[in-house]
Design a protein around this ligand. Structure first.
Ligand SMILES: [Zn+2]
Length: 333
């Protein structure tokens, strides 16, 4: 019955019977129904109106003469099975790739950064223009291109300088990506963990370097950045190897990390951690506020972190971390 329904369509005659907004009558569109008022205008204008006042009638769209045949119904069913299998397998594929990302041996901050970059919620010039914070979307490095996430982390000359000093794998990649998410999906499907970890650490550092340049007018050299990347990858590697290390809570793969205990009902618990970077004299503060059921109140945490650092507004984003990545934020007692 559903095959029959999906194969039947109105053939427009005088236009008096088919319900324009509800019925299937468009000859080319994917669902044969009107989806939006503007997209189908061209198609609709091409449908000839019957000059003999022929009535609208329901026809079988899978044969040229509009008549039903078992053979064409069979083909329709096979087609729809293949396309629904295709859709669910691509969703499952994507899910697999995200799982791979969450398991990478890099810090949770870096994983979260990658996720945010893929969601296009980094405060790039383009995104700040969209939020009406600034007026010009152009790249801070003066190349006259608009700065979206892909440009900031991959396409800009300042990033290319870095990538050209990284593993050959990245240097050999083409530049035909439509956005950063597509790039990450390709990497996740093709590359092994060690390259993905390198990628995760490098993009975070490229973004930090871009911020330093934008807000402090300081640009570290590619070799300085690569030195920090190598150092960090070494530390992460040794942390992963020594699971008993007191710093192992930085990686979520460590089962020996302390478990977060909820406060009594009606009470909020604040966990915080700070780090100091001797080489450039900067500090980082992380605050997590959770209620007695462990639900995070990241808006307050971000606000407090922002106040604590008194940094420029455009550097701070206020947002809820979605549930799917809630488990990423390691409990710190
Ligand atoms: Zn640029």
């Amino acid at each position: 019955m559903s095959v029959l329904e999906s194969g039947l369509i109105w053939r427009i005659g005088d236009g008096s019977k088919a319900r324009i907004w509800i019925d299937k009558w468009l000859p080319f569109a994917s669902s044969f129904k009107i989806q939006s008022q503007c997209l189908e205008v061209n198609i609709i204008c091409r449908i000839p109106i019957s000059i003999f006042s022929r009535l609208d009638k329901i026809v079988w769209r899978c044969s040229q003469n509009g008549l039903f045949s078992v053979r064409s119904a069979y083909h329709l069913q096979v087609e729809s099975q293949i396309s629904s299998r295709g859709q669910s397998s691509s969703a499952a594929n994507e899910h697999k790739k995200w799982k791979k990302l969450w398991k990478l041996p890099i810090t949770n901050v870096e994983k979260l950064f990658l996720w945010k970059a893929c969601q296009d919620i980094l405060p790039t010039k383009c995104n700040l223009v969209k939020k009406m914070v600034i007026e010009e979307p152009f790249c801070p490095f003066g190349c006259l291109e608009e700065e979206d996430v892909l440009h900031a982390l991959w396409g800009v000359v300042a990033a290319k300088d870095i990538w050209s000093s990284c593993s050959l794998t990245f240097q050999k990649m083409n530049n035909n990506f439509t956005d950063f998410r597509e790039l990450v999906m390709v990497l996740l499907s093709k590359f092994e963990e060690k390259y993905l970890a390198e990628f995760g650490v490098v993009v975070s550092k490229i973004w930090q370097r871009r911020n330093e340049f934008t807000f402090k007018h300081y640009l570290s050299t590619p070799s300085q950045l690569i030195h920090h990347v190598t150092q960090e990858l070494d530390i992460l590697k040794s942390l992963l190897q020594s699971k008993t290390s007191p710093n192992a809570h930085l990686l979520n793969s460590d089962p020996s990390s302390p478990k977060w205990q909820p406060p009594p009902e009606g009470i909020f618990k604040v966990n915080w951690d700070a780090s100091v970077r001797k080489e450039n004299g900067t500090i980082g503060i992380g605050i997590a506020i959770r209620d007695w059921q462990g639900r995070a109140s990241n808006v307050i945490a971000h606000t407090l972190a922002k106040d604590a650092l008194t940094i420029d507004d455009v550097l701070v984003e206020l947002e809820e971390v979605p549930n799917c990545i809630g488990s990423l934020v390691d409990p710190i007692e």
